[in-house]
Ligand binder design. Structure first.
Ligand code: B12
Length: 359
């Protein structure tokens, strides 16, 4: 990868590998001593990029370098990860992977490497293979996988069901039907947040997997857009709030809820989106002079970039009240990283803003 992150295509990754090899040779490092990792992304989130990693291996090995891969990344978020890991390992080795990074205590993986040595002719006379498997007796066949019990998925076409099952196509109509009988905020709190919480629980329990989670998140996003269209937006603005999910974090469902709720209570929201660079937040705080800056983070790892953002805002002399939120935060962490306020949800955020305005 380079300063622009992980390139999407094999050709772009190859171009970077070429640059590395050239530079190494300038320092007297021969290419046979260079190891290039063509980078594995997870099949559950970036399915189309799996074959780019494999194609990149085939291209890069022509440079006469060694190739490495952290194999098991490929299966993150999917069931029966060992099966995917092993299949991917074999695909990768067939395309030039010679230094796989894998669990050496996993007999299936080391077995695949040994078998590949025989079949590709690198283990001459199958010497290593025979040494490892002399006296091998086959294990009893594994029991067939039992389908996971289904949680309550809601009706096929109600809003809860659409989000729970990640059905993006029906979600708009389902949201309209729900909004005909309930107030927008009730739809958010009683249907959308609950459906997402259930999806999150099932994901954590391992009964639902990353591609399904992504589908649910996308369905929820569509539903929030519809809810937003139905929210009454008061013309008189109470105050301005800059909102952002911090750098490195792409979770924006919670932030989007906060936005919808703030707007419905008459606040003007400048939404900077997700994965927001520190400088963009500082720039927006300087440009819009908001009453408050609200930062969202959902991962332990991105609390650090939240802290950096707060520090940069302070350095720039930002006078706005700094609020933080997101499932990973607590009042204690908020204090530690220098925020002014932590609130657990959007409505509390509104309440605190209103008391600040009343002062
Ligand atoms: C949906 C989801 C995703 C979706 C996100 C889609 C999207 N557009 O947001 C996708 C599939 C893309 C995703 C990706 C990943 N995810 Co994820 N994801 C979740 C999940 C299931 C739900 C999060 C959510 O939306 N909750 C619902 C909303 C409404 O809640 P909320 O955000 O907390 O918001 C409420 C409050 O916190 C508050 N609030 C939120 N922000 C703010 C801001 C302010 C200012 C205020 C006042 C209040 C406030 O108000 C909101 C409404 O009440 C959680 C698990 C869980 N059960 O929480 C994991 C989870 C957050 N993800 C996790 C991980 C690890 C990842 C990945 C790294 C996985 C991977 N290896 O690919 C990537 C991250 C990529 C990245 N760089 O960010 C971990 C984080 C672990 C940790 N503690 O660090 C979790 C906890 C799952 C787990 N247990 O492993 N994820």
């Amino acid at each position: 990868m380079d300063e622009n992150g992980v390139p999407r295509t094999a050709e772009e990754r190859f171009a970077i590998a070429e640059r590395i090899v050239r530079r190494a040779e300038e320092y007297g490092i021969p290419r046979r001593k260079v190891m290039i990792d063509t980078l594995v992304l997870t099949a559950s989130a970036e399915q189309a990029l799996v074959k780019e990693t494999i194609r990149a291996l085939a291209l890069v090995q022509k440079l006469g370098v060694k190739t490495a891969l952290g194999v098991s990344n490929v299966s993150f978020g999917l069931p029966n990860r060992p099966l995917l890991n092993k299949t991917f390992l074999v695909m990768a080795m067939a395309n030039g992977l010679n230094m796989p990074i894998l669990n050496p205590l996993d007999g299936e993986m080391t077995g695949a490497v040994r078998a590949f040595g025989v079949l590709s002719g690198t283990d001459v006379g199958a010497e290593g293979y025979i040494e490892a498997y002399r006296g091998f007796t086959p294990a009893a066949p594994a029991a067939a996988a039992v389908p996971a019990a289904k949680a309550d998925e809601g009706g096929a076409d109600d809003l809860f069901g659409c989000v729970r099952r990640g059905l993006k196509r029906g979600v708009r109509a389902a949201a309209e039907r729900e909004l005909a009988v309930r107030a927008p905020l009730e739809v958010v709190n009683d249907v959308l947040v609950k459906a997402l919480a259930e999806v999150g629980d099932c994901y954590e329990k391992g009964t639902l997997f990353l591609p399904q989670l992504i589908a649910s998140a996308e369905a929820a996003k569509e539903a929030f857009a519809v809810v937003g269209e139905h929210m009454e937006k008061s013309a008189a603005k109470k105050g301005r709030v800059v909102l952002a999910t911090v750098k490195g974090d792409v979770h924006d469902i919670g932030k989007n809820i906060v936005k919808v709720v703030l707007e419905s209570y008459g606040f003007e929201v400048i939404d900077l989106g997700k994965d927001t660079p520190v400088e963009r937040v500082v720039e927006a705080a300087e440009r819009y002079r908001p009453l408050a800056v609200g930062l969202s983070a959902l991962m332990t790892t991105t609390v650090k970039s939240m802290e950096e953002t707060i520090r940069a805002l302070r350095r720039a002399g930002c006078s706005a009240h700094i609020f933080v939120g997101g499932a990973v935060l607590t009042a204690d962490i908020a204090r530690e990283i220098g925020a002014d306020y932590y609130t657990a949800n959007a409505l509390e955020f509104v309440k605190v803003l209103e008391t600040l305005l009343a002062k």
